[in-house]
Design a protein around this ligand. Structure first.
Ligand SMILES: NC(=O)c1ccc[n+]([C@@H]2O[C@H](COP(=O)([O-])OP(=O)(O)OC[C@H]3O[C@@H](n4cnc5c(N)ncnc54)[C@H](O)[C@@H]3O)[C@@H](O)[C@H]2O)c1
Length: 302
């Protein structure tokens, strides 16, 4: 694929990392943010990451910040949005982007869970709009879910998948635009059961995490659930499901236990307490452990 001109809208946690991946792949990247401090820090954050990962620091020269949105997207082949997870903001922003881009530019949203149909529904040319759901940190977690709507052209999907594959990511095609796509549906189906186990007094929060990390969590990176089902046999899987599934939580909305935590200000690490209590040292240690693990996984895949 020829080198492309990529515009990243939103220079926060995800946006600066996405810009980094595309710049490292040799593309020309513009980046913009409505908050000057975020835009100003984007290149410094990328440089810190490149140094930390031992990557080519000359890639930084391919990232050009623009204060003005229209300037950032005007010449782009591909625009990816990574602003706050707010439907109204994203809809409004894509309206502005569409007025400033070339008619053939592909437009992508990095929303975590909002259906792309809702974000892109007001556009004039909906055939070039899609979702690309990255995972944090974008330069360490391989997956990018590429989500088409009923309007998205196959050509836009194919081009976007190729762009990400050639940038070293693992793109997958999500064929129907459902809330949470594939990854966050799976993740939060598990989280609901985790919370239900605590809510129902089966075990405490620490035990839930220990059970996962010390058992099937160890295998998950190399053995997906459906590979696992084939490994043990679909007949055994069926027998297990007949016994266990009727007992699993099926509450259609958030569980009362989670609602209670939030209502009581137990917002997690930022408040020092959520499902568990967290000292600043414990928080830093956990963040460092996750980063270390992801870096090692990346090296062993390289
Ligand atoms: N953090 C994650 O783990 C993660 C993972 C996957 C997807 N996402 C999604 O990516 C998106 C960004 O998340 P984040 O974690 O990077 O958030 P963030 O808060 O770190 O960054 C968002 C940035 O958007 C900027 N912004 C706000 N309004 C803007 C506007 N009108 N124009 C330009 N910039 C604007 C903010 O100033 C901020 O710098 C969200 O939709 C989120 O759901 C996040």
């Amino acid at each position: 694929m020829a080198k492309a001109r990529i515009a990243v809208v939103g220079a926060g946690l995800m946006g600066h990392g996405i810009a980094q991946v595309f710049a490292l792949a040799g593309h020309e990247v513009t980046i913009t943010d409505s908050v000057v401090a975020s835009l100003d820090s984007a290149k410094a954050r990328i440089l810190t990451n490149l140094k930390d990962l031992g990557e080519d620091q000359s890639a930084l020269a391919r990232v050009v910040p623009h204060v003005n949105l229209a300037d950032a997207v005007a010449n782009a082949d591909y625009v990816v949005e990574a602003v706050l997870e707010d439907l109204d903001l994203k809809r409004k922003l894509f309206g502005e982007i569409e007025r400033a881009v070339r008619p053939d530019a592909i437009l992508a949203s990095n929303t975590s869970v909002i259906p792309i149909t809702q974000i892109m529904g007001g556009l004039q040319r909906r055939e070039r709009a899609l979702g690309t759901h990255w995972w944090n940190p974008p330069y360490l977690v391989p997956l990018v879910e590429v989500i088409g709507t009923e309007w998205t052209s196959q050509a836009a999907i194919d081009w976007t998948i190729k762009l990400h594959a050639e940038a070293g990511k693992t793109p997958v095609h999500v064929k129907k635009d459902v809330p949470g796509f594939v990854g966050n549906r799976l993740q939060h189906a598990l989280w609901r059961e985790c919370i239900a186990l605590v809510q129902n007094g089966i075990c405490d929060a620490e035990t839930v995490d220990t059970v996962i990390k010390a058992s099937f969590g160890r295998r998950l990176a190399v053995l997906g659930p459906l590979e696992n089902a084939d490994l043990v046999g679909t007949d055994l899987t069926l027998a297990i499901h007949r016994t266990v599934l009727p007992d699993l939580d099926r509450t259609p909305g958030p569980l009362p236990y989670l609602e209670g935590l939030v209502a009581n200000g137990k917002l997690g690490m930022k408040a020092g307490e959520g499902f568990r209590t967290w000292t600043p040292e414990q928080q830093s240690a956990l963040r460092a452990r996750v980063l270390q693990h992801l870096k090692k996984a990346r090296e062993s895949n390289a």
